[in-house]
Design a protein around this ligand. Structure first.
Ligand code: IPE
Ligand code: IPE
Ligand code: MG
Length: 241
């Protein structure tokens, strides 16, 4: 079946967010170290970016590393960070060619210097692209993001720059790292886990959730098309009748 052809271009999700999960299990199934799974996950990111760009999706967000992932063995973290640096470096020319603007959310200060530098170089190089915005969530957790927002609002209140009575949904959103981008219409999680794992808790309030058993390194264009088709079959009501 040609999934791509069945996609309604007038009903595309504007923003797709992806929890890329299952790299470790993918490697284990092949008798390899977990990092082998992470390495093979890069191709899945590449395909997803390409497919989304070709269709005309405007925002794509990847959950690459959570605040909680810092609790993994040091060796896995170090290799993962090296892989991130390498991938960002290698992919930047492709991002330029495809008109992709790179962005990041998360606690960038906690990243190793080399990683931060590569990331901000790529963000700077791609800043004038506008076809598709790809945001990578690194050292990100939604609770961290929300607590930070509260802290910053509290500071403003203390300095009499914000009246507590003026704090509403709209104002709060401007203190989140995702401000400026629309909330995800579609959230995809791979590997069969049915949870959100501290990802964009505020922003997914009305997102359509799509879970697939496919392990992230196996995720290909056709899987993205399937997710979008599933999304297009749903009726979004936003609390209305
Ligand atoms: C997702 O794959 C990538 C990261 C969280 C960094 P995992 O590494 O969580 O793989 P599994 O879930 O153990 O299979
Ligand atoms: C979620 O995957 C985080 C990322 C994909 C970066 P995890 O593998 O860390 O989530 P849990 O531990 O299964 O909830
Ligand atoms: Mg996992």
């Amino acid at each position: 079946m040609d999934f791509k052809q069945n996609i309604n271009k007038n009903k595309l999700p504007k923003h797709i967010a992806v929890i890329m999960d299952g790299n470790g299990r993918w490697a284990r199934q092949r008798g390899k170290e977990r990092i082998f799974g992470h390495e093979n996950g890069v191709q899945a990111v590449r395909e997803t970016v390409e497919a989304a760009g070709e269709l005309g999706v405007r925002y794509l967000t990847f959950y690459a590393f959570s605040t909680e992932n810092w609790c993994r063995p040091k060796k896995e973290i170090d290799t993962l960070m090296e892989l991130l640096v390498k991938a960002i470096h290698n992919e930047t020319p492709e991002l330029m060619e495809k008109g992709v603007k790179l962005a990041t959310i998360g606690d960038v200060d906690s990243l190793p210097e080399a990683c931060r530098k590569e990331l901000f170089d790529a963000i700077d190089k791609t800043k004038n692209n506008s076809r598709l915005t790809v945001t990578v969530a690194i050292s990100y957790s939604s609770q961290w993001e929300i607590v930070n927002a509260v802290k910053n609002i509290a500071r403003q209140v203390k300095e009499n720059k914000i009246d507590p009575e003026d704090i509403d949904k709209k104002l709060f959103q401007t203190y989140l790292q995702t401000h400026g981008a629309p909330d995800p219409d579609l959230l995809i999680r791979t590997s069969g886990e049915l949870r959100i794992s501290n990802f964009m808790l505020w922003q997914v309030a009305y997102s359509e959730l799509y879970f697939t058993p496919v392990l992230w390194p196996d995720f290909r264009k056709k899987h993205l098309y399937q997710a979008i088709l599933d999304y297009q079959r749903r009726e979004r009501r936003f609390g209305k009748t």
